[in-house]
Design a protein around this ligand. Structure first.
Ligand SMILES: C[S@@+](CC[C@H](N)C(=O)[O-])C[C@H]1O[C@@H](n2cnc3c(N)ncnc32)[C@H](O)[C@@H]1O
Length: 238
């Protein structure tokens, strides 16, 4: 209560609260104005599909997958249509991307997707251990300048949450077209120690892959994607 009041006070004074500073988001939240149909979907469909961690009971589903930063939602919608029995949760703060995912959900008649239209990091703490069997992080913002590397999503703090949120035999699935970021991910995951490191050819996407617009553009620009799958280690392997 007291905390709420001091947060509201800080917000009304235009100050940045400690929570906001901890999870400062450097990406875009909004692009061009939404088309009328997308606006309608934001007003009507999003409130019905908005992910509520308080009511989330992962054990009531065959499996749950999380996609962090789903962009336009093409990969998420594709996976959700392939696996109607799996609960998909997508997190994305860029509202134009959220609207695109909603349009795909409507077009494909998907029943198994819930949408968190915000930064995923504050959500992590509200989720129980072993919530997901798979967590996707595909083409995260590369933040190429060295002084911006600390903004990269792959960090020990986020890996600790990803590890905690994966159940036994869970997988962390990472892809990037930026060689330096793929190497960064490999180094950070190795340092974390809780995942089995991938071996084999990382230029081959998983069998059920769908190329997003982002990935197509990277290809057209001559950048090769790397697909890294990190299974969570079993207790005995740790
Ligand atoms: C380069 S785009 C890639 C989008 C998509 N994964 C694809 O492959 O087409 C990275 C996305 O991650 C989202 N993102 C960045 N930080 C995030 C965070 N903390 N929580 C959720 N999404 C995030 C951005 O808004 C952006 O849409």
């Amino acid at each position: 209560m007291g905390t709420d009041r001091s947060r509201q006070g800080a917000q009304s004074r235009g100050e940045v609260t400690a929570g906001e500073r901890k999870f400062q988001f450097y990406g875009r939240r909004k692009g061009h104005s939404l088309r009328r149909h997308h606006l309608q979907l934001m007003e009507t469909l999003l409130p019905r599909l908005r992910f509520d961690p308080a009511g989330f009971r992962p054990d009531t589903f065959q499996a749950c997958y999380l996609e962090i930063g789903f962009g336009g939602g093409e990969h998420l919608a594709h996976q959700a249509s392939l696996h109607p029995d799996i609960r998909f949760v997508g997190a994305e703060p860029f509202i134009n991307g959220v609207a695109k995912l909603l349009a795909l959900i409507e077009e494909k008649g998907l029943q198994n997707v819930r949408v968190f239209d915000n930064d995923v990091r504050p959500l992590f703490a509200a989720l129980p251990d072993a919530s997901f069997s798979r967590i996707y992080l595909l083409y995260p913002d590369p933040w190429p300048k060295v002084r911006h590397h600390k903004r990269r999503f792959v960090s020990q703090e986020n890996l600790a949450q990803i590890h905690r949120l994966l159940g036994p035999e869970g997988q962390f699935v990472f892809a990037s077209d930026i060689t330096d970021y793929a190497d960064w991910a490999l180094d950070h995951v190795r340092q974390h120690g809780g995942f089995t490191m991938p071996d084999g050819d990382d230029s081959v996407p998983p069998a059920d892959w769908l190329e997003t617009r982002y990935e197509e553009k990277a290809k057209a620009a001559g950048r090769r994607s790397r697909y890294l799958i990190f299974p969570k280690k079993t207790k005995r392997e740790m």
